[in-house]
Design a binder for this molecule. Structure first.
Ligand code: IVH
Length: 692
């Protein structure tokens, strides 16, 4: 292959754009061959000249940077991961309904929120809920430009190259389409294709996928688009992700999606009320195994877009939709043995190893047993026949044993009193269900789990740091504590010479590590793995303390349970004394402070910038009272809207109140407000304020 390194003058924008896109995907192809398969297709010199030409052309046309730009992909090494894509509109999830009553409640809540009388019509679109992975597709002038995973809802991974290989995904839209539009849907795999794929993998000595969903997700997240091209992936469209493209109803939206060339999830049905929804649910449920793909329930969406807009969102899901899930699938099989796993915080978790069995179309060979009391309570014994249950994505559970089918006289299971990994005593504190290894820092299982947590997706997100590698590096004493990860460079030569590593994979890992030398404060907190401090709590802490230095010194002071620092910590919304204690305990362990301090010499922890969202709104942080009867919205709707813009809605008027919004027949609150000099707004003025 021969590549020019100079750019001919007079390249038009159109040519440059096409050329850049072509080169970006060519580079992606070579990167994947090089980094993923250790099988480069071109010489280093040819590769370098391709990159040089790409860079030169991009310098001339910086505004034409392709979506899958190799220069801005995560990590210095492009294939260390996928690039990031910020969603125009966040990708949310759905609330669940499990019973008929939940569905009735859902419809009633909507009527109440909108103040719709019992007999006013309210239509829903009912659709099957496919078990796959959600994807957002961006089309500009009808051409597919970017495909992204949901990721954390705000930012996803750029999977454009892989999604281009899916036949169901139109590369160009048909019919009358908007100039720019994001189409959302689900990437999935048919059950038959999944079984065939697994058969092939088994023959080739590769791990099989647990279910079609995992197979689809694993295939999409292949760094090499050629690999995903060989996987039988499909796509259904069901929503839009653009605020400025609007259809009157979900029904009209579906028709447009079909016209643009998308496959839709069906059979769908417009339903006029709860009874019709439940009939649809039962029909689809009865026929679900005849469908070629797995569904885990159905989705009901308010058909009218205007009503959807009024209903809005609550935390991460819309008020106007719900996923009605099918009951869990059950099966019976033999419990071969009980294994004990040791987690990050030393918790010993019993896991059932089962004779593989198919549950709802999926092969299950492991199930959780929760804790030792569960085992005793359910009288679970090794060798018994057990009933297991699997619900969607949840880890299968052991429900109990089938006494009749199980051999008699099986010995009771004795839960170990010592850690199966480090041999330290394992104890149960008073009132706790969990038995924990007391080995702490000397327990390799805990250390490995902590390191894995540290590098995991929501923490430092270092790709290529899987289970086995962490275990290997820990076992060899190369990595003992998180800071050692950033010293891995010093071991490059040794690692490159090791079996199963090689120069390329070592460089790829080192590049992935280097890409994480700057990290947000909330991720940093989460990465520390403090018990009870998950993603949400880490975020709260970051917003409260803003930077690592202030937080560190406040937490050290909070060791004194009478200190103002402790009171402040306990008063952080949703934290409370128990979580506060875990955080304080963490900081009281000198080793943990050493870990934090060692890390700060390798990584930059970015201070938390309080979000622009609600704080940018004119009512953010304001205390608002609603009084009287509102006309254009219900009280509940007004309150939800105000809160979503960062206002605090209170009941009583005081001198601290910022606004009193009065409807019809306001009564004494309006008078009191005027007496106190609080701003009084009528409904129209309030609406104008929140829309400004
Ligand atoms: S609508 C605002 N419709 O289920 C949320 N989602 O559990 C819009 N899903 O994240 C989603 N089938 O990935 C919608 N017919 C369907 C769906 C569907 C599957 C997925 C989707 C969503 C998840 C929520």
């Amino acid at each position: 292959m021969k590549k020019k390194t100079t750019i001919p003058s007079g390249v038009t924008e159109l040519e440059a754009s096409a050329e850049l896109a072509a080169m970006a995907s060519e580079i992606a192809h070579h990167d994947a061959a090089y980094y993923q398969k250790d099988a480069p297709g071109i010489s280093d010199a040819e590769y370098d000249s391709l990159r040089a030409r790409y860079r030169a052309l991009l310098e001339q046309f910086p505004h034409l940077r392709p979506a899958d730009d190799p220069e801005t992909r995560v990590g210095a090494a492009p294939a260390a991961g996928f690039g990031k894509v910020k969603h125009a509109v966040p990708m949310l999830s759905l609330a669940n309904a499990f019973s008929d009553e939940d569905v009735t409640d859902f419809a009633a809540r909507i009527r109440r929120f909108l103040s719709l009388p019992e007999d006013a019509p309210l239509e829903f679109m009912a659709e099957p809920k496919i078990d796959g992975l959600s994807c957002s597709l961006r089309y500009e002038d009808g051409a597919l430009t970017v495909a992204a995973t949901r990721g954390d809802g705000t930012t996803g991974e750029n999977i454009t190259a892989n999604v281009r290989t899916i036949a169901d995904v139109p590369k160009t839209l048909r019919g009358a389409y908007p100039k720019v539009v994001e189409v959302r849907g689900e990437i999935y795999m048919n059950r038959d294709d999944f079984f065939k794929l697994n058969e092939r993998r088994e023959k080739e000595g590769e791990d099989v996928f647990a279910n079609p969903r995992n197979a689809a997700a694993g295939s999409v997240r292949q760094l090499d688009p050629e690999v995903s091209a060989k996987r039988p992936l499909r796509f259904f469209a069901y929503a839009l992700g653009s605020d400025d493209v609007r259809f009157e109803t979900q029904d009209a939206l579906r028709k447009a999606l079909a016209e643009w060339g998308f496959a839709l999830n069906g059979p769908s049905r417009l339903c006029a009320g709860t009874e019709e929804l439940l009939r649809y649910y039962r029909e689809i449920g009865d026929g679900r195994f005849e469908l070629p793909f797995d569904i885990d329930g159905v989705v009901y969406k308010v058909n009218s877009t205007a009503l959807q807009e009024r209903l809005g969102f609550i935390s991460r899901s819309p008020r106007w939709a719900v996923a009605h899930k099918f009951a869990a699938e059950q099966a019976e099989t033999r419990l071969l043995r009980i294994e004990i796993q040791v987690g990050r915080t030393g918790a010993l978790t019993p896991v059932a190893v089962l004779e593989p069995v198919t549950v709802g179309g999926v092969v299950v060979s492991h199930a959780t047993l929760h804790n030792e009391d569960e085992i005793a309570r359910k009288n679970i014994r090794e060798g018994a026949i057990v009933r297991i249950q699997r619900a969607g994505d949840v880890i299968p559970q052991v429900l109990g044993i089938d006494e009749q089918k199980s051999p008699a006289d099986l010995p009771a299971f004795v839960f170990p009193s010592h850690c199966p990994v480090c041999g330290s005593l394992a104890v149960r504190e008073d009132g706790m269900a969990v038995r924990r290894c007391t080995g702490g820092l000397v327990c390799p299982a805990q250390a490995v789990e902590r390191l894995r947590h540290f590098t995991s997706r929501l923490a430092f997100n270092i790709e290529g740091f899987g289970d086995e590698r962490v275990r290997e590096l820990y076992g060899e004493g190369i990595i003992h504590s998180p800071a050692d990860i950033f010293r891995l460079k010093d071991h490059r030569e040794v690692l490159a010479g090791r079996k199963g590593w090689g120069e390329k994979s070592v460089d790829k890992l080192l590049a992935a590590i280097d890409a994480r030398r700057v990290i947000s404060f909330e991720r940093f907190i989460y990465a520390l793995g403090i018990p009870q401090v998950g993603e949400a709590t880490a975020k709260l802490l970051a917003r409260t303390y803003l930077n690592l230095q202030d937080w560190r010194s406040a937490m050290v002071q909070a060791a004194d349970s009478d200190s103002p620092a402790r009171r402040e910590l306990e008063s952080v919304d949703q934290i409370g004394p128990l979580i506060a204690q875990d955080i304080v305990d963490f900081f009281e362990e000198p080793h943990n402070l050493e870990v934090i301090d060692a890390l700060t010499s390798f990584v930059t922890v970015e201070p938390c910038v309080v979000s622009q969202g609600p704080s940018a709104s004119p009512v953010s942080g304001k205390r608002v009272v609603f009084t009287g009867t509102l006309i254009t919205m219900t009280r509940e709707e007004a309150k939800a809207k105000a809160e979503s813009l960062g206002a605090k809605v209170v009941e009583t008027v005081s001198s601290k109140t910022d606004y009193v919004v009065v409807g019809d027949n306001p009564g004494s609150k309006a008078e009191k407000a005027r007496a106190l000099g609080v701003v009084v707004l009528d409904e129209a003025a309030w609406t104008a304020l929140v829309q400004s």
